[in-house]
Design a protein around this ligand. Structure first.
Ligand code: ZN
Length: 203
């Protein structure tokens, strides 16, 4: 079943904010990705004609288990159902030219999603790795996030109620780069979840 919503955090690792020439935000920068962008392991990412620069963003995805509204960080952490490998595929050129990110982040197939695994006892132990054609491009640890996972969940829950099944994409580490037809991009959260997808041009 698709999540009711996907809430994403931008610029949540210092090195990634820097590589795109952005300041580290003073509070979480959140945006939405449509559930219709989800694609499972093994199905292709389709590069839309409207963009000439589509990039991968390997991320730690958090699945909500119980409703959160104005939640404390402690309650937010308890509400986590599981962890998924997620690729926040982004049309970088459209993200810049549009000024807001709905189109750049919202194309069909722009959210490859692995199957959910168990959360570790300490969320700080989570690592996300991105490989393109078998070569490592990104590696980030949850402990290096600007805003921790419980902080982010609590923050979002003060804006919008999080419902069971909702998905949170917690930001990408440094190393983003463009994808080309024929590439295979894999996001792995070791021991927990992985998602691997080929890349094709639109017909
Ligand atoms: Zn992202």
């Amino acid at each position: 079943m698709l999540p009711g919503k996907i809430v994403c955090v931008g610029r949540n690792y210092r090195d990634h904010a820097k590589e795109l020439g952005n300041d580290v935000p003073k509070e979480p920068l959140i945006f939405l990705k449509p559930p219709s962008s989800i694609v499972p392991n093994g199905e292709p990412i389709v590069l839309p004609r409207a963009s000439s620069r589509v990039e991968f963003e390997g991320e730690i995805g958090v699945v909500i288990g119980t409703q959160l509204k104005n939640a404390s960080e402690v309650d937010a952490e308890r509400a986590i159902r599981g962890i998924v490998a997620l690729n926040d595929v982004t049309a970088r050129d459209l993200q810049r030219s549009d000024g807001q990110w709905t189109r750049a982040k919202g194309f069909d197939t722009f959210c490859p999603l692995g199957t959910m695994g168990k959360r570790p006892t300490s969320l700080d132990d989570l690592t996300v790795i991105t490989r393109v054609n078998g070569v490592e491009k990104q590696r980030g640890r949850a402990e290096d996030m600007v805003f921790s996972i419980p902080f982010v969940l609590s923050y979002i829950s003060r804006v919008m109620t999080l419902e069971p099944g909702d998905l949170i994409a917690t930001g990408t580490p440094a190393g983003v780069a463009p994808l080309a037809p024929g590439d295979i991009v894999e996001i792995e959260i070791p021991g927990i979840s992985r998602v691997s997808n080929g890349v094709v041009a639109a017909d």
